[in-house]
Design a binder for this molecule. Structure first.
Ligand SMILES: C[S@@+](CC[C@H](N)C(=O)[O-])C[C@H]1O[C@@H](n2cnc3c(N)ncnc32)[C@H](O)[C@@H]1O
Length: 279
């Protein structure tokens, strides 16, 4: 079977399964199975796919038809120009989180940040990226769940983020070592209201519930940060939080009486997506 024949067959299957990104997904899966780049696939469509690679492609199509996220099947996903390993048990890095990282990176420069905390780190896409972009800083990343933590460790090793320190710990009862205070605390915590989880897209439901569920009103983790973590951020330091559509004002309000300033910031789709707090 040639690459072109495999692509056409895959496309028909994904379209029949009502995949709305059938062309993109089929191309990514075929390139992954064949171990070639997009350019190689498109420039040489008559190349033969070996029986072993064809079998791998068909298995990948089965998984995608079954509703498994594309990123889990590929086993990696690009974030801020780097590849992060992902799979069952870890949240897939989202494009809006790249905007959070860009904001955090800008604030790190302005604050001359030496110490950064990333709470609820998952794959490490936020904290490891900041560590790599700012090799002079120390970045502490906290993740509670073992399945996610394994990806965090793998990503740190693969990306060689030597200035990142990983802790498998619960944000509810962790104390930073050596009385360390952060210049900047960043977090993209679980923020979906528990009652809304059954209404999420089929693919999102394959991601861990523990990465999504923010309690009855979706704000449990922001409350925890406002109550417990302020004392671990130095005065004049900052907190940058990602939140869900419509949560910005409520998140900012949790910090209103306790901090110098709070701002709700919009993402590129004009959704209130980030909250910046000056401590
Ligand atoms: C929304 S995901 C964000 C992951 C990553 N920071 C990102 O932006 O892709 C939230 C993460 O918080 C972790 N988590 C949930 N409860 C936690 C807790 N009590 N302490 C530490 N991490 C927790 C989840 O396992 C998940 O990896």
């Amino acid at each position: 079977m040639t690459l072109r024949e495999a692509y056409r067959a895959g496309l028909l299957r994904l379209r029949a399964a009502e995949n709305t990104d059938a062309e993109f997904d089929c191309g990514c899966l075929l390139e992954c199975a064949a171990g070639i780049s997009r350019t190689a696939r498109l420039s040489n469509p008559q190349a033969e796919l070996s029986p072993e690679k064809e079998r791998q492609f068909l298995e990948m199509l089965d998984r995608r038809e079954g509703g498994e996220p594309l990123q889990y099947i590929l086993g990696k996903w690009s974030f801020y120009g780097r590849e992060f390993s992902v799979g069952e048990g870890v949240l897939i890095p989202r494009p809006e989180t790249e905007e959070l990282v860009a904001l955090a990176s800008e604030r790190m420069l302005a604050l001359h940040a030496q110490t950064v905390f990333d709470l609820c780190a998952g794959s490490g896409c936020i904290g490891l990226t900041l560590a790599l972009e700012h090799p002079e800083a120390q970045v502490y990343l906290l993740e509670k769940y073992a399945a996610a933590f394994r990806y965090l460790q793998k990503n740190q090793t693969d990306l060689r983020a030597a200035n990142a320190r990983l802790f498998m710990a619960d944000v509810a009862d962790f104390t930073p070592p050596d009385g360390e205070q952060a210049d900047l605390l960043v977090s993209n915590p679980p923020y979906v209201e528990s009652g809304q989880i059954p209404d999420l897209q089929r693919e999102v439901q394959r991601e861990p519930r523990t990465a999504l569920d923010g309690g009855a009103d979706g704000l449990a983790f922001y409350r925890l940060i406002a109550e417990k973590w302020l004392s671990y951020v130095r005065r004049g330091g900052e907190i940058l939080l990602e939140c869900g559509d419509g949560q910005g004002e409520a998140v900012a309000a949790l910090f209103a009486d306790k901090t110098a300033e709070q701002q709700v910031l919009l993402d590129r789709n004009h959704i209130d997506r980030f909250v910046r707090v000056i401590v």
